[in-house]
Design a protein around this ligand. Structure first.
Ligand code: URA
Length: 242
């Protein structure tokens, strides 16, 4: 692929804007030799303003989403894209969130520009567990684990019952829930169905991947090891490590 197109696809600007970067001598090889729009050098050998290129298409990243940010590319208010380098929102193929977290939910959010990978991760066949920690307005009643594990709980306006979900009590008003599907506002609606209300919701884990020590608002690229870790807990019915 010609360099001008590669840089435009990485969000450096329109082709016209990228062409201007070449004229200004901002695109070089690793040795500092100026490159031209039609050149097709090895990707690793390209520098823009002396910096290596952003990750190639096929990237997968994990963001520690804080509350107050929306999983949307266009919305009023703060977006998850505001936490990434501004170029990432202009990439082609587009960088999308893998599923969504509500604006007021914090935690592990995956993002990728690989449509097939995205579908593999969210596919019910993969059955990747998603672990949530919910703080509740009312103390737990004690019947939640049985109701959530039943496989018969029907949420309003849904046509099929929820899959069995794992449940652990963390405190009188806190619980950890492990889901193998992702329906709209699922955790909040599950607790509403048992007469409670979620006041804070956090997702520490997807598949076998956890946030680790990634600070809130930070992100990191996922490598092959992370990807293997993600799938290490596939299959409905598996329970995540405590
Ligand atoms: N369930 C919810 O209710 N909200 C989320 O953000 C994720 C799961």
């Amino acid at each position: 692929m010609k360099l001008v197109r590669m840089l435009a696809n990485l969000g450096h600007g329109s082709r016209k804007e990228v062409a201007a970067m070449f004229r200004e001598g901002r695109v070089t090889d690793a040795a500092g030799e100026v490159l031209y729009a039609d050149d097709q050098p090895e990707r690793d050998d390209v520098r823009v303003d002396g910096e290596p290129l952003d990750p190639a298409p096929g990237m997968l990243l994990m963001l520690h989403k804080p509350t107050g940010h929306t999983c949307s590319a266009k919305d009023r208010g703060r977006l998850v894209y505001d936490l990434l380098p501004p170029r990432f929102a202009l990439r082609s193929p587009t960088l999308s969130t893998v599923g969504r977290l509500d604006r007021e939910t914090s935690g592990l959010l995956l993002m990728t520009d690989d449509g097939q990978l995205l579908h593999r991760i969210i596919s019910p066949k993969a059955g990747l567990p998603k672990v949530y920690e919910a703080t509740l307005a009312e103390p737990l009643r004690g019947n939640e684990a049985a109701i959530f594990a039943s496989g018969t709980l029907m949420l309003e306006s849904e046509k099929t019952p929820l899959l069995p979900a794992g449940f652990e009590v963390l405190a009188p008003d806190r619980a950890r829930l492990t889901l193998h599907e992702g329906r709209y506002h699922q955790v909040r609606r599950m607790f509403a169905a048992v007469g409670n209300h979620v006041v804070a919701l956090h997702r520490p884990q997807v598949g076998g991947l956890t946030l680790g020590d990634l600070p809130e608002g930070a992100w990191r690229l996922l490598d092959d090891g992370d990807r293997a870790q993600l799938y290490a807990m596939g299959g409905a019915g598996t329970t995540p490590a405590p």
